[in-house]
Design a protein around this ligand. Sequence first.
Ligand code: MRU
Length: 351
Amino acid sequence: MKIFEWRDGAIRILDQTRLPDDEKVIVCDDLDKICEAIQSLRIRGAPALGVTAAYAVLMGSASIKHSSRTEFLQELDLVASRIKATRPTAVNLFWAVDQMLAAARGVHGDVDSIRKSIAQTADTIKSDNASRHKALSQLGAELIPEGSGVIHHCNTGALATIDYGSALGVLHAAHQAGKNIHVYVNETRPLLQGGRLTTWELNRWDVPHTLITDSAAGHLMQSGEIGAVVVGADRIAANGDTANKIGTYTNAVLASYHNIPFYVAAPLTTVDFDIKDGTEICIEERTPSEVLGFGHNRWAPDSVKVRNPAFDLTPESIITGIITEAGIAESPYLNSLRELHESARKIPSNV
Ligand code: MRU
């Protein structure tokens, strides 16, 4: 079953809000539908949002009727702004939309040639995304200690990246390489990406795993059963500060206290070199209803005050390494991330 497919001018996605019970593919054939799907997390995870955003630009461009280059580009800007307004934290979404706009502006011919160029760019972003995740999964697998328990937060598998996975890709690759590992899956309140999605993927991949409540992670680290913590990222600042699913910071502090290596696995498209540290990252705040209950179950009084930050910030000082497709970045990240970025740019690709 395909997690994401671009076919006949429409984006088809496996609706992640229905997993694990219902494996339903939905068809988004206009901008409203795909923006709704992103906002309600039917498709989610930073790299998956990047690929989706690229094709959303392409889909939005199909309804632009102008045949003049200038007017076409003006309308395309409006499409881009609409997509960028869906979710603020994952930089991959912004990166992909900007790649599409740059591809469009780079064509000085007629509108048909612009259309061709952006279609090619979306395809390249998608195939490039697959190679980045394959490479980082294999590199990261070497860091996972043999015979260890590994804590994973949120969902970072193929569902979140479309191909392979980032942190979960690393754990899958370690398992495939014959390492005897056991994944402890944080359930990841409030939307249970760990409990619903990560368990679904690890089960399909046959990787040994156990589901735990978010609050059990510290206890397991204290008991000596955990050899590493591996998470993904939504945006990494130039200095290595990392925004990821709410609760990541708590796991990083606990890992640091217990001297357990804490790794972030992410493609270089998740690094935002335009911001110097994490204080500049916008943390999405979501609706209180996600905290008041789940689905049709409500367990808190409707009148209660709620805060629902969807992400948090882990300072670079407590990150052991950042696993990318071009190598493992180590502190000081300001230098190592930049060097990896420069070395990866030497690999031919048009994005
Ligand atoms: O709100 P979500 O489910 O989109 O959040 C996803 C995460 O926080 C992931 O850990 C992150 O995007 C990395 S996915 C490889």
